[in-house]
Design a protein around this ligand. Structure first.
Ligand code: PEP
Ligand code: MG
Length: 757
């Protein structure tokens, strides 16, 4: 059964449109289950009626004509109950509704299962037979499985038909929303430019070659052309990226070396195969290998290899294939799998935002997008990109959503937001040197989170008072080996120097979870609960000691370093880490480096740590809440998974209670409390955190001016009153909408999201 199922899914997946897909489904299910009838009814959301869309066995003339109310007939009953209905004598059922045009009166047995995608009933899949019998358990299970598998394909097909104007309901679609995950904050409106892989490796046939030497030379020239393209792309981005960020392109180039891909391809050519076939074989082997790895970072390297393979193939197929393309002024770059090299092809002044069907907030492209301040949405799995070329879309990089078929209302509310973001950014200079003080005189420290050097430039321009989180794993991630102590020292020195005399909080390496290093793969079933953050570095003191030594030496003469420990879940981890830090400190001093012992802090991001804040804080100088992970762990919701993104409630009452407890407990033992998760960069979140008493809010530099503007316009008394009211609420949605209302009433309509769904 499994192979039948797989082949049906594959075939349906390849269908050019929804109509063909539905016909294929009814045909194949009819064959596989050996039933007399198989039909699909889809629910038209506008009229809330089921329409017979495809059938094998009923009168084909009834297609599109038979329509039932959403709870009408047996089909409606299946939809309302959202579960299978198995009847041996359907006409005898009180809900049976007879349509003479179908000719279905002769069929006694009926099995209907709902087609559900993301909790929404899309339709009902029905099989019928003349004989009066109940379908057996195996048949029922098969139909349920096939319906669950096909739901996403149907949703995708429906969306793509709506986009092409082939909507089966005949209604005009509007504000179609595709959900993904936030890759980089910001909103943009623009025209889609879709990038496809340049050539299709999968369709390359196997052939022999007559002249091996000439074939190798031809292959080498293709590789060299690709190298030049990548170098050019790197050079085009040079003004926006720091050298260490450009290292991404070196990693890319390295994959083309003789020691990697090229060498293997040449070996195969040497055996008499033509270059295209050899390339296909090697790339597919690499891709298979990477895709089988259970590590998100390494799995994403399969994308890079595929991209390179397609580029080389394009030169092998058509040596002059790198023709210049025209880009609209407001280009939204869209691709099945966006890669850093695609990003560099569009002139920066034309590029507004990025959208990728695959990938997560952890992909290289998302890292680059954040560094360049471009809104980016990743993992928009239901988006039929081929239908979007040239279409106007909205990219909401805060919520990870993309809208097409824009209604004038949605377009105008997002235009206001884009305009406001521009206005706010114009006012940055003016705001830059003003203190972040509420109208009743409370100062809230506005710090920033950094990773790439580009963040530093933007932070300084936005008047950051310090760095609350420098993610040291970023320079590690864009390298192809562990950076040496000296390399780390230079990199850290640049950060410390740029912000001096303000403090820079450097977090020790936080790899694992969704942040892996190519050269240090961690293969785990459950990486977020696995070997991550401090757990890795305490198990590898050689990595930890080198990093701390590099940090300390980098701070010589500046003394603006703070060290922070991620993913602490018990006291002994704090003590062991402190022991190692003291050890390095004394060693460094003995070497004659004149540095002060930096303040050391702990991130509170694991639920167990919430209940030991006092014990932890007593041992260190400060604590800082990583609300991104804290929320993920408290709610058991993967922060990168679009399927559960709607459950990731930053304003969940339990999260708010935890945040309040943390700051109170830290203050109770006389220690400073900061927060460096995304919540601090949300104007509403920042109001609550300031009211709770957080001493430092550390956020993405892009959000800083907005938060500062709001905090400078409110009184702490008002914020405390809002907090008091919200802390009594029991639902995340109610908390969020009450907070939005409070913001609106205070005159900050523009900071509550304009999305209407
Ligand atoms: C957090 O978890 O909130 C945090 C700031 O760290 P990261 O996002 O790097 O895991
Ligand atoms: Mg974290």
């Amino acid at each position: 059964m499994l192979s039948v199922l797989r082949s049906i899914v594959q075939e349906v997946n390849a269908a050019p449109d929804l109509g063909v897909a539905l016909e294929l489904i009814v045909e194949r299910v009819h064959e596989a289950m050996n039933t007399e009838v198989c039909s699909i009814y889809l629910l038209d959301p506008e009229t809330n009626r089921y329409i017979l869309m495809a059938t094998k066995g009923l009168n084909p003339a009834a297609i599109g004509k038979v329509k039932l109310g959403h709870s009408e007939g047996l089909v409606g009953l299946v939809g309302v109950r959202e579960e299978p209905l198995n009847l041996h004598n359907a006409p005898a059922h009180p809900r049976y509704r007879y349509f003479p045009e179908t000719g279905e009166e002769k069929y006694k047995s009926f099995l209907g299962v709902p087609i559900i995608h993301h909790r929404k009933v899309l339709g009902v899949l029905v099989v019928q037979q003349r004989a009066s019998r109940l379908f057996d358990e195996g048949e029922e299970a098969f139909l349920v499985t096939i319906s669950a598998q096909l739901a996403a394909i149907i949703a995708h097909g429906e969306a793509s038909d709506i986009i092409s104007g082939l909507d089966f309901t005949g209604q005009k679609a509007k504000d179609i929303c595709f959900k993904g995950v936030a890759g980089s904050a910001g909103v943009a409106i623009g025209s889609c430019v879709v990038f496809y892989p340049l050539a299709d490796l999968n369709s390359v046939p196997d052939k022999e070659c007559a002249d091996i030497e000439a074939e190798i030379a031809f292959f080498e020239s293709a590789v060299e052309s690709v190298r030049q393209d990548i170098r050019q792309v790197g050079a085009r981005l040079a003004s926006q990226l720091r050298p260490e960020e450009q290292a991404l392109f070196d990693v890319y180039l390295g994959m083309l070396d003789d020691t990697a891909l090229s060498g293997e391809v040449k070996n195969i050519i040497n055996k008499g195969h033509w270059a295209q076939g050899a390339l296909k074989e090697v790339v597919q082997e690499y891709v298979r290998h990477f895709e089988a790895i259970n590590d998100p970072y390494l799995r994403e390297r399969a994308v890079d290899i595929k991209d390179l393979g397609q580029r080389v193939l394009a030169y092998l197929q058509k040596p002059d294939s790198s023709e210049e393309r025209e880009y609209p002024q407001d280009t939204i770059l869209v691709s099945e799998e966006l890669t850093p090299s695609m990003l560099g092809e569009v002139p920066k002044e034309n590029l507004r935002a990025l959208v990728s069907v695959l990938g997560s907030g952890n992909s290289h492209v998302a890292i680059l997008a954040r560094a360049m301040g471009l809104p980016c949405v990743m993992g928009v799995v239901d988006m039929p990109i081929s239908k979007l070329e040239g279409r106007q879309v909205i990219v909401d990089g805060y919520k990870g959503e993309v809208f097409s078929h824009l209604s004038p209302e949605l377009l105008s509310s997002y235009s206001v937001l884009v305009e406001e973001e521009e206005q706010i950014s114009k006012g940055f200079d003016e705001l830059k040197d003003k203190p972040c003080v509420t109208t009743d005189g409370h100062h809230v420290s506005m710090w920033v989170n950094t990773g790439l050097m580009t963040d530093v430039m933007r932070s300084l321009n936005h008047g950051a008072e310090g760095v609350g989180l420098y993610r040291t794993e970023v320079p590690f991630m864009i390298n192809d080996r562990f950076p040496s102590e000296l390399e780390q020292r230079d990199c850290y020195r640049e950060q410390l120097d740029a912000f001096s005399p303000s403090m820079v909080t450097m977090r020790t390496l936080d790899i694992g979870g969704d942040k892996a290093l190519t050269y240090f793969p961690i293969k785990e079933e459950n990486p977020f609960l696995g070997w991550r953050g401090i757990r890795v570095t305490l198990d590898h003191p050689e990595i930890f000691l080198v990093q701390v030594r590099a940090m300390l030496k980098a701070s010589e003469g500046l003394d603006n370093l703070r060290i922070m420990l991620p993913m602490i879940s018990n006291i002994s981890e704090v003590e062991e880490a402190l022991h190692l830090i003291y050890r390095v400190y004394h060693e460094v001093r003995e070497e004659g480096v004149d540095v002060k012992m930096p303040p050391v802090g702990v991130m509170i991001e694991v639920p167990s740590a919430i209940f030991q804040v006092k014990e932890i804080a007593e041992r260190v100088d400060f604590i800082s809440v990583g609300s991104n992970d804290l929320t993920q762990y408290m709610l058991a919701v993967d922060r990168n998974n679009p399927r559960v993104a709607s459950l990731y409630h930053s304003f969940h009452p339990a999260v708010l209670q935890a945040l309040y407890k943390i700051v109170c407990d830290a203050h109770a033992v006389g220690k400073q409390a900061s927060i460096c998760g995304e919540l601090a960069g949300d104007p509403g979140g920042a109001i609550l955190l300031a009211a709770m008493g957080y001493d430092i809010l550390s956020m993405n530099a892009v959000n800083l001016p907005k938060v500062k503007l709001v905090l400078r316009s409110i009184s702490m008394r008002w914020a405390e009153d809002v907090l008091r009211r919200l802390l009594c609420m029991d639902s995340p949605q109610v908390v969020k909408s009450t907070l939005e209302l409070a913001l609106k009433e205070a005159g900050f309509d523009q900071f509550t999201r304009p999305v209407r769904h």
